[in-house]
Every structure is written in C-alpha cells, then in structure tokens.
Design a protein around this ligand. Structure first.
Ligand code: NAI
Length: 488
C-alpha cells in the first residue's frame, strides 16, 4: 500500500551547478575516491539499502555516490532544516548519468529552509522504501534512528502520548510535529515501524550528540540494532569537529554578518573538540577569546592554550560574539540573551538548537524579531528603567550556523569523516548480525587507514618503523601504533 515518493528537492535545474561542485569536491576527497577504487569490483554493499539522514551538502553528495559505487541503494534526507545545498541535492537526484528530464540518481528529500513538518516528512521518506524497507541507517544526530525507535515503541503501546518530544527532550514546537507524524503513521499502518525496525541491520552515527543518544538507548536496554560510533574514530572527531569547525565557523559568521572579528571579544561556550576549533579560529582572526567550561580538565586545557576562562554571566556586557559548542541544553538562557551588549552576535555550532533558549527570549514582553536576511535575525529588547532599547543578532535561529549560514566543513576534512562512515556501513553489512546489540567503534587499524589515505595529497612523508623499533615499543610495523586508551 505504501507508495513512496521519488524525490523532493528545490529545483532540478540546479543539477549542473551541483555536478561541477561535486567534481571538484571529489578531487579533495581522496579517502572516498580510494574506497571507490578499492571496492569497484567486489561491490561490498550490493544488496544494502541505506537510509541516510545527514546534511545534504556537496561533500555528502560524494559520500552518497561512493555508497552507490560500492553497490548500495540509497535514499537521503538532510538532518537539519537549513543545511541543504540545493544544487548538491539536485545533482544527486539527476545523477552523474541522468538528465533533468530523466533523473537517474538517488532519491533525495531535502531543501534549504524546510519547515519542521517538512523536515520530519523527509525523514519518514528515507525510511519508507518501495518494496522492502531499508536495512542500514547512516545517521547524523540520530533523528532517523529515533523515529524508528519511537515509532516501534508507540506501535506496541498503540498510542502516542501528548508529552512525547523528539528524543524526549527540548523543543516543544517540534514535539507537536513529531507526535502528529507518529499518530498519522499509526493510523495508516500500525505495523510500519515494527517492520522497518526488524529489517535494519545497524546504524552508523556521525556526531557527538547522536552518539550520546545511542549510548542512552543502549543503557536503557532499548537499542533495536547494533550501532557504530563513527564520531569517536580519531580521524573523525579530532579532525572534523576541530579543524572542520576552524574553517566553517568564521565562514558562517562572515557570510551572515560581515562584521570584523579582529580586536573584538568572542566567547566560546564549551572547550571540547568543537570548542577547540572554534576558539582557535576566532583567535586566528584576532579576536580576544574567552572560554567557558564546566569540566575542569577542559577548562585547564583552555587556560594552558592561553585563553581566559570565565563564567558566561561575567562576559555579557563585554563580548561581541557568543558561540555555543556544547551539545548541551539551555547553556545560553533568555536572561543571558537580554543582558548582552548591544548588537552582539549569537550563534550555535552544536548539533541541536536547544543550546540557546530562543523560545524563552521570544516570550519576553515587547521583544521584536526582525529578519535581516534568511537565517539572520535581529532581536530587539524594549527599553527598561535600567537600560535603553538594544538588540542582538541571532544566526540560523540557534541552529548550527556553519551549515545554516555557510556550507559546512570543506571537502578534505569531510573525506576523513565519510571514509569512516563508508567503512562502518561495509562493516555492518558484511558482518550481517555478527555485531552484538550495542555501540561499537571501528578498529584502530581502520582509523589509521583513513589517515593514511589522506597523507599523499598533503605531501606528507611518513616515517616507517624499523623491526627493532616496532619490537621495542611492542607494536606491529604495520600498526596499530597506539593502545586503545591513547587520547591523541
Ligand atoms: P565534546 O563533548 O567534545 O565537547 C563539548 C564540551 O562542552 C565539553 O567539554 C563539555 O564539558 C562542555 N560543556 C557542556 N556543558 C557546558 C556548559 N553548560 N557550559 C560550558 N561548557 C559546557 O563534544 P564535541 O565533539 O565538541 O561536539 C559538540 C557539539 O557539536 C555536539 O552537539 C556535536 O554533535 C556538534 N558538532 C557539530 C558540528 C558542526 O559542523 N556544526 C561538527 C561536529 C560536532
């Protein structure tokens, strides 16, 4: 009875522009291109049906076409309402060998500026296939995985409770949308998610926040299929989260505001992998950077790296930029927002928009929101006894600004992340239920392989261990070179 749509993107005529960008990106993604060459003949993903939920960018297009080059069938949605590059989405639908009139690529359901209803409908579309359902999920942030889990849970209960929120936390506007989708689905087909869940052999998860959700599901005994934590491959989180952010954070700020960063005061909330890249990039632009942290180890790291470490409350009247990088909820409250310096720029680069309490700010009496341009809004606070009228600039409505205001991380760093993703998909598919229910990481030897695939392009000459040296430090000449507990 299910008749899934073929695709839904902004405008297929953008495909040619997208194809040119994809072609250039391929040159910058040696890891993915090496996997295409390695697996051209053996087709390890033959028979795999991959449901992908990950920012639909040019780099993701190269990932998708690598999965299909290895034999997979794929359906794709973005994992954020603002992150799609419409030309990339169009090019993937048309495919390298198709035409606008006769698309021959992969069904994509994504465009820049989706509503929340559209966002969840797109996520539903990647999971509803013609014939049999998907057998693998490739996720970023865990929304597709969560839809399957919550769908199955509420099919079993036969009812969707009023207080159900996506992931059972945060953003209530989205909760209404999510509940409506599950209720409609339950009415249409009370077994859909149970069936889909049964067909899935595993999920590979891209980001810190999605991995966090997976460990929570596993701890609660609710995880329905094995998961590979791609984020914690060293060649993912220590590269994408850090060096990717170092590139794409200033890109987002510049495209959104064109306000000079040099000489200004910038607050980076959180000093994990993303925070480290964020702080470095802002310092590189000449900002005086202040870091806030709750973890004494990360706070000490920030101090030793030369940053002032302070509490957010004490920076409100001096800072010109506030960037959240925590993956945590309500780290900037409505009181913080209304207390900031006039025309301060506020943005989040963590996965979800619940880091900054935009809804709380919207409910302050007399506050006015003005659209400067899409994904850039000025919020004006009315005069009070203590303070004249003033305003702040909010980027991407509190959603990750590097993908909302710019085009996310550049290809070379994403090649590292996505090479891990493809290896994880191959692992899950070839292992065919050998993985225990739980959250796994790729073996270190594969992590080292990902790095190796990216050395030549940078002109890196790696030193080889002698046999004597290898024995002395008790490793194999071919690796792995470090014990599991090593932190890089
Ligand atoms: P992480 O766990 O390494 O770092 C987060 C840091 O925030 C931790 O050091 C933690 O102690 C700190 N923190 C938590 N609550 C805090 C609070 N109230 N105040 C100050 N500091 C606080 O995580 P990672 O890998 O840096 O990721 C952070 C977020 O960024 C996640 O949501 C992740 O999914 C997302 N992400 C976004 C990317 C993008 O392109 N925009 C790329 C990669 C990750």
């Amino acid at each position: 009875s299910e008749k899934p749509a073929q695709y839904k993107v902004r405008d297929l005529s953008l495909a040619e522009a997208g194809r040119h960008q994809i072609r250039l990106a391929e040159h910058e993604m040696p890891g993915l291109m090496a996997l295409r060459a390695e697996y051209a003949e053996s087709q390890p993903l033959r028979g795999a049906r991959v449901a992908g939920s990950l920012h639909m960018t040019v780099q993701t297009a190269v990932l998708i076409e690598t999965l299909t080059a290895l034999g997979a069938e794929v359906r794709w949605a973005s994992c954020n309402i603002f992150s799609t590059q419409d030309e990339a989405a169009a090019a993937v639908v048309v495919g390298p060998n198709g035409t606008v009139e006769e698309p021959a690529g992969v069904p994509v359901f994504a465009w820049k500026g989706e509503s929340l209803e559209e966002y969840w409908e797109c996520t539903e579309q990647i999971l509803v296939w013609p014939g049999e359902g998907p057998n693998l999920i490739l996720d970023d942030g865990g929304d597709a995985t969560m839809l399957v889990h919550d769908g199955k849970r509420f099919e079993a209960a036969g009812v969707v409770p009023d207080n159900l929120e996506p992931g059972d936390h945060g953003y209530s506007e989205e909760g209404v949308v999510f509940r409506n989708l599950l209720r409609r689905s339950l009415a249409e087909d009370p077994q859909r998610w149970t069936r889909i869940a049964e067909g899935i052999k595993g999920v590979s998860e891209e980001t810190t926040t999605g991995v966090h959700r997976l460990y929570q599901l596993a701890a609660a005994g609710e995880l329905l299929f094995p998961a590979i934590n791609v984020n914690d491959s060293v060649t993912k989180s220590k590269f994408d989260n850090r060096y990717g952010i170092r590139h794409s954070l200033p890109d987002g700020i510049n495209r959104a505001t064109d306000i000079l960063i040099g000489g200004k005061v910038a607050v980076v909330v959180g000093y994990g992998d993303v925070g480290k890249g964020a702080a470095e990039s802002l310092r590189g632009q000449g900002a005086r950077v202040i870091v806030t942290e709750i973890d004494p180890i990360c706070a000490l790291q920030a101090a030793m790296d030369g940053y002032q470490v302070a509490r957010l409350e004490d920076t409100l009247s001096v800072a010109d930029f506030f960037i959240t990088t925590t993956g945590n909820v309500s780290v900037i409250t409505a009181d913080h927002l209304s207390g900031m310096k006039d025309k301060a720029v506020v943005g989040n680069i963590g996965h979800f928009d619940n880091e900054i309490d935009i809804a709380g700010m919207a409910s302050i009496p007399g506050v006015v929101r003005t659209e400067i341009k899409p994904q850039v809004h000025e919020w004006t606070f009315p005069a009070t006894d203590d303070r004249p009228e003033h305003s702040i600039i909010v980027l991407s409505e509190g959603r990750l600004l590097n993908l909302g205001n710019a085009t996310g991380h550049p290809s070379f760093v994403m090649s590292n992340s996505f090479t891990n993703q493809v290896m994880a998909q191959v692992e899950l598919w070839e292992a065919d239920s050998e993985y225990e229910l739980g959250v796994h990481r790729l073996p270190k030897i594969l992590d080292e392989k990902v790095a190796r695939l990216h050395l030549e392009a940078l002109g890196v000459d790696l030193t080889e261990l002698t046999k004597e040296q290898a024995e002395y430090i008790d490793v194999d000449v071919a690796g792995p070179y470090k014990p599991e507990h090593y932190r890089y």
